[in-house]
Design a protein around this ligand. Structure first.
Ligand code: GLC
Length: 648
């Protein structure tokens, strides 16, 4: 058989001899041949003639990581190569938690794994836990050391032990990879501040305002309130440092190949500790280009493709999730289009879905939702969405004017309404939230608040009105019903399974006081968890039981595999959202009433999609679509498949 090109040229005799085992050498060579060409092509696109020396350096890094990869992880690599759809399956359930807020320490998390197993969790995202700067650190997104765990949470060995325990239970460990910036206390920044030219070149440091001002002309502001502007003067560095987020988060200069090499090393190091999914934090911001908003630049996708190729060669069990909170037409590229199809992130957050859930809940109108989803570009079939109702961040009203105009709404007007509604200012609103980052220039007001408080439970418990409580519980379950049947990894946000309310005491912690996103990052309430498990009659117990029931119903529905898209259907009733999935096993139709009214829904609409008979997998009931309308109670969700049996 002719020797494939890359391994022949790169894996010379000495390199081959570095393997104890021929089979290992062959595996590495085969993967290098498979992913090497795209790695080289992306390095060339980003770094031009620096690509080849960089490839040689990366080869060293990869070989080292390959040799030190533990045997059980190598076995996982083989298993994953046999199940490339592992993140698309309907029994995949994600859970997102802060280690300290969930269980104190990493060892504490290990102690609570039975709770997660019982909930059906297969994917555990622990919020940033690598050693952050002291004091304010943006919830851990200002990393000081990527090779150490935050002191009070445990050690790297605890992390490996937790990862192994998770693996044994069929759960994957997911960690953030903060790659746009490091803490100003990180060793690289410290060396840059000390004047070392190698490390100054890791950052964007300008001697005066000329270049910062030129960039600012087209740059948006991420934190206009507590960190206005995108550059920060640093005395030690004697220059203006690019700081997109907080002043203490120094943006890395990814046009420097050394930065890429460092991150390949970090990714493989963490992968060998057992991290299976990397959340690529703020990935859209990596590449700067004058005259643009410095987001979504083509090089970002080349960088991701290069990082992924390295991960595939050494640790194919690893997957990437893009955290790109950008417009749908930009977002789709993070899942790989054209030459990058199947070669960048395996998963991306579906921010638009989350925003539309809240928009329809406030307006009791799903037309904008239907419009936004219809305008959404199709995703590659081998990728998946991260679908969620709430996360640790605020909700920004990412709704395009094109979509609002298409349904006869004004974009600014609707966004204004949503901010009023969820900050609790709108007359008659059920929501209790806080305004995050008011931007007087654009009028934007983003929103903080827990799922339960935004969905009305806080206000309802305050008034004690039973119907208001009932509606709040139904809203929480409705939103989960939509994401669980959408196709993707549902990312349950810690505490939402118990309907935890806003933590109004967040400001008592000095380093959290200025950032009201902490209002929706409460501590886990284990007493409430026990009570909820014992008594399914309380609102918290109802949410918990309802959610468990949905998760259970979902896992046996092959129609919900994420290779299939959910497509919105025109609905004769604006309160009702219809999402159709055409799976080879049959058609699935999600029917969701976004209002507190009982809707008489025309049966013929459902019959046209499903035929005469259908089963609702939420309530387990059968339907025959005759002349009578189908009654949809307040906030009712139906998961329908055709026929009379469990699989339609
Ligand atoms: C991401 C995180 C957010 C953080 C930012 C900067 O958007 O989700 O919490 O503030 O990145 O790292």
């Amino acid at each position: 058989m002719p020797q494939p090109a890359l391994s022949r040229t790169l894996m010379t005799g000495a390199l081959r001899a570095a393997f104890d085992d021929d089979r290992d050498a062959d595996t590495f060579a085969l993967r290098l041949d498979r992913y090497g060409p795209e790695l080289l092509a992306s390095l060339q696109a980003a770094y031009g003639e620096q690509a080849e020396p960089l490839l040689a350096q990366l080869l060293e890094v990869m070989l080292h990581a390959y040799h030190t990869r533990p045997a059980d992880l190598k076995r996982l690599d083989e298993a994953r190569l046999l199940t490339p759809d592992w993140l698309q399956r309907p029994d995949t359930v994600g859970y997102v938690a802060y280690t300290d807020r969930f269980a104190g320490t990493l060892k504490g998390v290990q102690g609570h794994l039975p709770y997660l197993e019982d909930l059906g969790v297969t994917y555990l995202h622990l919020m940033p836990l690598l050693s952050p700067r002291p004091g304010e650190n943006d919830g851990g997104y200002a990393v000081q050391d990527y090779r150490a765990v935050r002191d009070d949470l445990g050690s790297m060995d605890d992390l490996s032990a937790l990862a192994a325990d998770l693996r044994a239970r069929g759960m994957s460990l997911v960690l953030d990879l903060v790659l746009n910036h490091v803490a100003q206390e990180h060793e690289w920044a410290q060396r840059a501040r000390a004047g070392d030219p190698t490390y100054r070149a890791y950052f964007h440091i300008y001697p005066d305002r000329t270049e910062p001002d030129a960039y600012e002309r087209t740059l948006p502001e991420v934190f206009p309130d507590f960190a206005p502007g995108n550059f920060t003067w640093d005395d030690a560095a004697q220059g203006w440092v690019w700081t997109t987020f907080n002043t203490y988060q120094w943006d890395l200069n990814w046009s420097n190949p050394d930065v890429l090499r460092e991150f390949v090393d970090i990714i493989l190091h963490l992968a060998n500790r057992g991290v299976e999914v990397f959340r690529l934090d703020a990935i859209a911001f990596l590449w700067k280009r004058l005259g643009t908003d410095c987001q979504n630049q083509p090089e970002v996708h080349h960088l991701t493709r290069a990082l992924r190729a390295c991960a595939r060669i050494v640790a194919p069990a690893v997957a990437f999730k893009a955290e790109a909170i950008v417009a749908p037409t930009d977002l789709i590229h993070y899942l790989g289009t054209r030459d990058h199809h199947g070669k960048v992130s395996d998963m991306a957050y579906h921010n638009s879905l989350m925003v539309q859930l809240w928009s329809s809940l406030a307006s009791r109108d799903t037309r904008l939702f239907t419009q936004a989803l219809s305008a959404f570009p199709p995703k590659p079939t081998n990728t998946t969405w991260g679908v969620y109702v709430r996360c640790h961040d605020d909700i920004g009203w990412a709704i395009s004017d094109a979509d609002t105009n298409a349904v006869g709404l004004s974009g600014p007007g609707h966004r204004h309404f949503l901010s009023d509604f969820y900050s609790g200012e709108y007359p008659g609103t059920f929501a209790r939230g806080l305004v995050f980052q008011f931007n007087p220039q654009t009028g934007d007001r983003r929103i903080s608040g827990t799922l339960a408080s935004l969905a009305g439970l806080e206000a309802a418990l305050h008034t004690g009105h039973p119907q208001a409580v009932d509606h709040a519980v139904r809203r929480i379950l409705l939103l989960h019903a939509v994401i669980l049947a959408f196709g993707g990894v549902p990312l349950l946000y810690m505490g939402d399974e118990l309907a935890l309310l806003n933590d109004h005491a967040f400001a008592d912690t000095p380093e959290h006081a200025a950032d009201n996103r902490w209002v929706h990052r409460p501590r886990m309430d284990w007493t409430r968890a026990q009570d909820a498990a014992r008594d399914a009659g309380t609102p918290h117990g109802r949410v918990n039981a309802g959610l468990r029931h949905l998760i259970h119903a979902r896992r046996v529905l092959p129609h919900l595999h994420a290779s299939i898209e959910s497509r919105p259907l025109p609905s004769p009733d604006p309160c009702v959202l219809l999402l159709r999935r055409d799976h080879p096993q049959g058609t699935f139709l999600g029917v969701y009433n976004f209002s507190e009214h009982t809707i008489q829904f025309p049966a013929h609409v459902l019959r046209d999609v499903l035929g005469e008979h259908a089963v609702d997998h939420v309530a387990g009931s059968a339907f025959s679509f005759g002349g009578q309308p189908v009654l949809l109670e307040p906030y009712r969700a139906l998961w329908l498949t055709a026929g009379t049996g469990p699989l339609g």
